[in-house]
Design a protein around this ligand. Sequence first.
Ligand SMILES: [Zn+2]
Length: 305
Amino acid sequence: MGKVLKPRFESDELKILRYLDTRMVLSPSDKQHYLNLKKGYEGEVMFDQRTEKLTCDCLILNDLLFKVNSTTFQIDSLIIFQGTIRFFEIKNFEGNFIYEDECFQTVGNKKIANPHHQLIRSDLLLHQLLQSHKIILPIEAQVVFVNPQCTLYECPCNKPFILPTQMDAYLAKLDNTPSKLSEKHSSIAEKLISLYIKKSPYTQLPSYKYEHLRKGNICPLCFSFSIKVVGSKLICLECGYEEKVENAVMRNVKEIMLLFPEMKITTNLVHEWCQVIDSKRRLSRILDKNMEIVGVGQWAYYENR
Ligand SMILES: [Zn+2]
């Protein structure tokens, strides 16, 4: 069975951009950056859903950032098989592309960097990394185009690309390759997990201030601000999503902490942020129950337990 040893999570950068996108007007370039990250993440999740279904003996490590000789590189997905380490550069390209002069061109003649070049770079750096830790196993690298709405014309067939129409056959082939993992493979996985960089140094966020953000509880499903309190629940007037008040408050606290890690969580702050819950006493009860109170009286604030 395929085992996911390192799952993928949404990055803080993507979460923050999503919050900001609902609470302020992003500049066109920030908005584009947000949409690119979102699309990339969705593509990666699409691929994860496929690799999780592998039934052969393999270890799956998703979303890894490494540093070797002061150069960082990203691996979208890495799978350890008995005889090979395979890694994948995942692309969620959508639409028609023409392969020309080692470049990807859109039908509108826009040039897009060839992901093969990125793959070659990562391949080289991963070799160096494994070598420096005396890990000896052949590496195979591939670019996966996950979006079924992606067509690539005039692509030479010797490229390490897996096109949407080839994906099923490719995964079936992997699944049918005999693979029996041993202690050695687990220790390679552990080593790689110990080496990856937990927090990406490359975030690109706009500057934002507490005062400038629109306050209010956002529906986690449709991002609407139209919310009504009914008893112990919040109901979204747009999509009908129901959420317990307590869960919504704690979700908002997490959002404030991510957006403003330097701010102290107080009942007043959460009250102003959520808007929708009138009673401060009710908010305090929820915060008391879920968090640790520090200090007393008007100076009191809350921290994670
Ligand atoms: Zn909604």
